[in-house]
Design a protein around this ligand. Structure first.
Ligand code: KIV
Length: 275
């Protein structure tokens, strides 16, 4: 692992943007690591994009650890960030430390992410005291979708914008090494990024953040249940995959696949001896 929390701090100071993408398995981790990604986030978004759930609320520690370990095996230089699922840290500071520790011991993660601002600072402080790097996550925090009444842009009024800045300062003071800003007006995210010393990672928060994160199925057009406004399709991998599956099915049916070069040989004598 050549990416560490110190690297990210240096990147912020040198205006070298931090790259983060979600990742849930070994093969993808290898590809993303080879592409030079700084951080692989094993997001609880796996609830939707990997498990077909309507939101992140039913994702368990076991789901997360299973995928985190697979990603860790494929990550050479990238920093692996495990996303703490709903109710794995909200219940108590003790639960937060125990579950963060499980990400490190069982998932071989390099740090954990959790959602919330000032309200989860006791958890952040305790996890950091246990020598586990923490990425906070403020703005639209999907585990609070029921409290928010939907997936909406956050921080549009003066009071809410000030509260978000206060939350960013609070998680920084609690010892967080990074903070994700999700669905935040671009100018507010830029102000927060200027006013705190830890790196901000934006998703739907504009170019003023110190880094960016996207869900890989969104950026590769592999997930069509819904597409948020902030998503850019960097390649239409979804269509390429669909076409490849259709071509495979057609060749299997026609007998074109497998061809001679995909088969293993046996001598004529042995075949002749078979009774
Ligand atoms: O779970 C996730 O993928 C996330 C990102 C969207 C930041 O939390």
């Amino acid at each position: 692992m050549s990416n560490t929390v110190s690297t990210f701090m240096k990147q912020k100071q040198e205006h070298d943007k931090i790259t983060m993408v979600t990742c849930y398995d070994y093969s993808m981790a290898r590809l993303m690591d080879d592409a030079g990604m700084n951080i692989l986030l094993v997001g609880d978004s796996l609830g939707q994009v990997m498990l077909g759930l309507p939101d992140t609320l039913s994702v368990t520690m076991e789901d997360m650890l299973h995928h985190t370990l697979a990603v860790s095996r494929g990550a050479g230089n990238a920093f692996v960030l495990g996303d703490m699922p709903f109710m794995s840290y909200q219940t108590s500071v003790y639960d937060a430390v125990v579950n963060a520790g499980r990400f490190m011991k069982e998932g071989r993660a390099n740090g954990v992410k959790l959602e919330g601002g000032a309200s989860v600072c006791p958890q952040i402080e305790a996890i950091v005291k246990a020598s586990i790097p923490v990425c906070a996550h403020i703005g639209l925090t999907p585990q609070s979708v029921n409290a928010f009444g939907g997936y909406k842009v956050q921080g549009k009024s003066l009071a809410k914008a000030q509260q978000m800045l206060d939350d960013a300062r609070a998680v920084e003071a609690a010892g967080a090494s990074l903070v994700v800003l999700e669905c935040v007006p671009a100018r507010l995210a830029a102000v927060i990024s200027e006013k705190i010393s830890i790196p901000t990672i934006g998703i739907g928060a504009g170019a003023g953040c110190d880094g960016q994160v996207l869900v890989y199925q969104d950026m590769l057009a592999m997930f069509s249940d819904y597409t948020p406004k902030f998503v850019k399709h960097f390649a239409d991998v979804g269509s390429i995959m669909k076409q490849a599956f259709a071509d495979y099915a057609a060749e299997v049916k026609s007998g074109a696949f497998p061809a001679e070069e995909h088969t293993f040989a046996i001598s004529d004598e042995i075949v002749a001896e078979l009774k």
